[in-house]
Design a protein around this ligand. Structure first.
Ligand SMILES: [Cu+2]
Length: 130
């Protein structure tokens, strides 16, 4: 094997490993939305949704049957996505302009998605449980 082939192979391997290691926490779908927004810590499932000019990600996939909390994240959110309604749990509140608000979702069941809406119904997000 000549030197150039070896260099190309090495660079390829570095890029490949880089994708594996950096991809884990910042996987994005076609619309550039964060996909890995669900994590389980100490037996509690946390789902993080960003609220600013709408909700991101719009669809989340989480596990049913374990205690779950929704974290609504705002970063200088002045638009109506800060005014959140989640009918399934009777939630209706104005989020702080900046920060994180934890909302208890109890223990979600299979086939009972949670839908968040801004108070005017323009923006929404959905969490599917399976
Ligand atoms: Cu709205």
């Amino acid at each position: 094997m000549n030197k150039i082939a070896l260099i190309i192979l090495t660079l390829g391997l570095i890029v490949f490993l880089g994708i594996i290691f950096t991809g884990g926490s910042s996987l994005k779908n076609n619309s550039g939305e964060l996909v890995n927004n669900v994590e389980v810590r100490d037996g509690i499932q946390y789902i993080t949704i960003n609220a600013k000019g709408g909700y991101t990600p719009k669809i989340s996939y989480a596990k049913a049957g374990i205690p779950t909390k929704l974290i609504m994240k705002t970063t200088g959110t002045f638009d109506c996505s800060s005014s959140l309604v989640i009918r399934e749990i009777g939630f209706e509140k104005v989020l702080p302009m900046e920060g994180e608000l934890e909302i208890d979702l109890g223990i979600p069941k299979i086939g009972e998605p949670i839908t968040g809406l801004c108070s005017m119904g323009m923006y929404n997000f959905q969490i599917d449980f399976s």
